[in-house]
Design a protein around this ligand. Sequence first.
Ligand code: XMP
Length: 324
Amino acid sequence: NWTMANFIETEIKRIRQLVGPTAEVIGAVSGGVDSTVGAKLMKEAIGDRFHAIYVDNGLMRKNETVTVKKTLDEGLGINLTVVEAGDEFLGKLKGITDPEKKRKIIGNTFIHVFERVAAEIKPKDGSDIEYLLQGTLYPDVIESISFKGPSQTIKTHHNVGGLLEDMKLKLIEPLRELFKDEVRSLGKILGIPDELVWRHPFPGPGIGIRVLGEVTPSQVKIAREADYIFIEEIKAHGLYNQISQAFAALLPVKSVGVVGDQRTYEQVIALRAIETTDFMTADWFVFEAAFLKKVASRIVNEVDGVARVTYDITSKPPATVEWE
Ligand code: XMP
């Protein structure tokens, strides 16, 4: 009789056995459901011998760091280290416009920062960290088996893969047999807030691949503010759970507008919202005209640097979900 409650019990036992009575475990958390569920499971199994690390890469959504602190540290009691590394990431991204280069830089910088912080989290007895938690799900396991070789990789999905070789850590993947909906019900049982359990996925490179062209602090700010308004309106209209993923991308083109009797010449925001079951194919979400009208007017009025808002009506395929 396989239920989520006894999955938790069995998995906690398995983790305790694997890790033993003294070893320490680290894991990256992102504010998403998978890493949070994984972290909470580790916390239940080994308490403060699990160290969660959250790297603020300067490319996260608005208020994200504060929210992660509140939910994981204060709410779930997880032993959390927050690293502010925005300047480091944005420094490395200076002058870079190629999407795959951006992904590589962000992925590699993440590994550097993570390793540096992990080295500082030495267990009290001076021993080394032995294990790395990864929130790998069953579909990720399947994908890494079926997508062999760079020729078949459409985009490199950078998470923490490279960390293993560099740090000689052993891997713990408590979610590797689960599908997303199972992780969500696990999250509910573990007391993770609904908001987080039902959160849309967010790519590792974050706003870095949603600012088309060069990623500068001011460009990130525009994309972040526009995205916040879009998601806020989606939630206010009760649409969040009907949509699989939604975000704003900032296009590297300027367009003419008119505000009052002034001509403006500013950038363009593209809104994207999709429905999908597996993210391999996706349909764009059909909003009411009044909703789009409201979002467009709020973004142009409230976000400095935006003259025009468009809505992306391309399915996947041929378009991908992200713009880069
Ligand atoms: P695409 O754009 O490939 O996106 O249709 C499918 C899903 O994957 C997410 N995505 C990423 N996630 N690192 C990630 O962790 C990445 O580099 C990356 N690129 C895309 C995307 O947000 C969508 O959910």
